[in-house]
Design a protein around this ligand. Structure first.
Ligand code: ADP
Ligand code: MG
Length: 292
């Protein structure tokens, strides 16, 4: 491609709020045949709200919320914000804890006296020996509603489950339809559980879903697709998407996302809309056509 036509293409993209860091990414965008999308903050708004609070027997709603908020006050995850917001709205005090730790793709934990408090997903809490069977029905109701169930435990004792749900962005479905019309294979990746992931995928019009994906495995899925000969874009917003963004042929970072994601990607979508991906592919194809 001539430097001139690439410059024109990069300028045209910028008018659409698509910031291309390397001219090479513009040319690669036109060759993409697979787009891998992160769920939270990419397909969805990334502003989850608490939809349900279900304390275990003998636990009050305020106790469940206060302990959860105490854990999440040190976390930067969007799920944490949802819990802190509802605790504040209800004037529930955040419980004290110490030694806070965030475990990527799992949840958060801290110490309270002689006890360990944990808030996170089923797989992690069960691996820590917590019996969640008493909360099964509540958790199913949450995930079937496209929500994410977060379980709270003190040591091996389940204290309750909190449902947090996020909405898909207004134009995600239209953008995904356009990708499919462009001949692109669309894949969704998420650390979330299968039922919640499926519910969002259905709303977005996506058939191919990988759920329960740990952050370190997102990049592996991208590499595997490339090994199969696919030309792969990754679209993501979070710290946990950074390795996958770097592993893709073209990484698209959501402009409202974290700095780490933006630094790992070759293209930034200032409008935070998936339409930016289809626009970039269209502009790239037109640019390359003009060059030939
Ligand atoms: P995604 O791929 O959808 O952006 P993450 O990898 O960030 O999701 O998180 C995957 C799962 O790990 C969440 O759905 C949640 O169950 C759990 N998790 C991660 N961080 C937290 C947190 N701060 N509080 C509670 N649960 C968390
Ligand atoms: Mg995300």
């Amino acid at each position: 491609a001539t430097p001139m036509s690439v410059m024109v293409g990069v300028g045209k993209a910028a008018e659409h709020g698509i910031l291309i860091r390397q001219g090479e990414a513009l040319q690669l965008a036109g060759q993409l045949d697979t787009v891998v999308l992160d769920k939270t903050g990419t397909i969805t708004e990334g502003k989850p709200r608490v939809t349900r609070l279900v304390p275990a027997d003998g636990v009050s709603e305020a106790e469940l919320l206060g302990l959860a908020a105490g854990l999440e006050q040190h976390s930067e995850h969007p799920l944490a914000q949802a819990i802190l917001t509802v605790a504040d709205e209800r004037d529930v005090e955040r419980s004290n804890s110490s030694g806070f730790e965030a475990l990527n793709g799992r949840g958060v934990q801290a110490r309270s006296g002689n006890h360990t408090l944990r808030l996170g997903n089923r797989r992690w809490l069960e691996s820590e020996g917590v019996d969640l069977s008493g909360l099964q029905d509540a958790a199913d109701a949450i995930s079937n509603d496209a929500g994410t169930p977060l379980f709270l435990a003190r040591d091996d004792q389940a204290l309750g489950v909190i449902g947090v749900a996020d909405r898909i962005k207004d134009d995600s479905r239209a953008a995904i339809t356009r990708m499919t019309d462009q001949g692109i294979r669309v894949v969704m990746l998420t650390g979330d559980v299968e039922a919640s992931a499926r519910a969002i995928a259905r709303q977005a019009g996506i058939d191919e879903v990988h759920a329960n994906v740990l952050p370190e495995d997102k990049a592996n899925i991208v590499r595997q697709l490339r090994d199969e000969g696919r030309r792969v874009a990754m679209v993501g917003d979070g710290i946990n998407d950074a390795p996958a963004l770097a592993a893709a042929d073209v990484g698209f970072a959501i402009g409202a996302g974290t700095d780490v994601a933006i630094e790992s990607a070759s293209i930034t979508l200032m409008r935070s809309s998936l339409q930016g991906v289809t626009d970039a592919i269209g502009i790239s194809r037109a640019t390359v056509r003009n060059i030939r």
